[in-house]
Design a protein around this ligand. Structure first.
Ligand code: PYC
Length: 317
């Protein structure tokens, strides 16, 4: 019987599951190659670790893997039930909090290797974690897609460690009572981008859709709703989404280097963000807080019909 040891946490409501042991060896090559192996060889196992009956909806997995440079604290591959992610901001905050709780790292600065580059994380005395994310940039400004029933919707394409379409065009207030409308709208944008062949750099799919609107609370700069690749929404303000949004604001001259931007997520949780200029775009800094929820040994009996998870999530549209 396969056993996999995990620690679960949430960052602003969005779950992260750090795999401590029991995951198959992914080899020693560059993390971009290990990421391909993860998707090609272990898709079923990823699904089993991130969906019912073993995981809450929207779980992001953080698979620890040895770094290519021993000076780094760890390497990590992120994935949700649809497959690997380039980076994950809430997941990195959860990972650092988890490693600190296990006494594997102390307060201070740590470098983490991801398939899309190096991320520096600082564990602060009050338990919060600040991450200096990969360089983020606006790729295309003012891209328009046509949505059946809504007409043209215009937004920017931006990289924040994952690819985003970001728009302030929202069909309803970004409030939980409108969740179904917002899910349907962002799924339709995702479909329209695919059908129009609109991609990120190098043909990468735009698999995150981010809506933004003023926050109903005066002390946050904006509220967002982020649709993730699995078509679930991010319960946190989304670290890579906040990075991509900062890159667009910086490109428009609407946010100065070092200025604090308070990003509220759909469920009301907050990240604090700022940036420094980069070579192509910006280097975003995202600060948030994670909390542990469980430590477990997950069991996979060979004769369990859902040991590889449901072929399709029963709640999927
Ligand atoms: O925080 O970057 C993030 C993220 C990506 C997908 C879910 N959360």
């Amino acid at each position: 019987m396969r056993e996999i040891e995990v620690v679960d946490s949430h960052t602003g409501g969005e779950p992260t599951r750090v795999v401590l042991s029991g995951f198959p060896d992914l080899g020693k090559g560059p993390l971009s190659e290990r990421r391909v192996r993860l998707d090609c060889e272990f898709g079923n196992l990823l699904r089993a670790l991130t969906t019912e009956p073993r995981a809450p909806v929207a779980t992001v997995l953080a698979v620890l893997t040895p770094p290519t440079d021993p000076a780094f604290a760890t390497g990590v591959l992120y994935a949700d039930s649809g497959g690997s992610l380039g980076m994950c901001g809430h997941g990195t905050i959860g990972l650092v909090h988890t490693l600190a709780a296990l006494r594997r790292i102390r307060a201070g600065r740590h470098t983490i290797e991801t398939p899309v580059g190096r991320v520096d994380a600082e564990l602060e005395g009050d338990g919060s974690v600040s991450i200096d994310n990969v360089e983020s940039y606006r790729f295309r400004k003012g891209v328009t897609v046509n949505l059946p029933g809504h007409g043209p919707v215009t937004g920017d394409l931006a990289w924040g460690g994952n690819w985003f379409f970001i728009t302030g065009a929202t069909p309803s207030p970004l409030e939980t009572g409108h969740r179904e409308t917002l899910e349907a709208y962002t799924r339709a944008i995702r479909r329209a981008l695919e059908e129009a062949g609109i991609t990120g750099e190098g043909g990468a799919p735009i698999d995150h859709i981010e809506l933004h609107a003023p926050s109903p609370h005066g002390d946050a700069n904006s509220r967002n709703f982020v649709l993730c690749p699995t078509l679930t929404y991010d319960r946190s303000p989304c670290g890579t989404g906040t990075s991509a949004r900062l890159a667009c604001l910086a490109a428009e001259g609407m946010l100065a280097p070092g200025e604090t931007y308070r990003q509220e997520g759909f469920t009301g949780s907050r990240f604090e963000a700022s940036y420094q200029p980069g070579t192509r775009g910006i280097r975003p800094r995202i600060r948030g807080r994670a909390h542990l929820t469980a430590r477990a040994r997950l069991l996979f009996e060979p004769d369990d019909p859902v040991s590889g998870a449901f072929a399709r999530n029963p709640d999927d549209p």
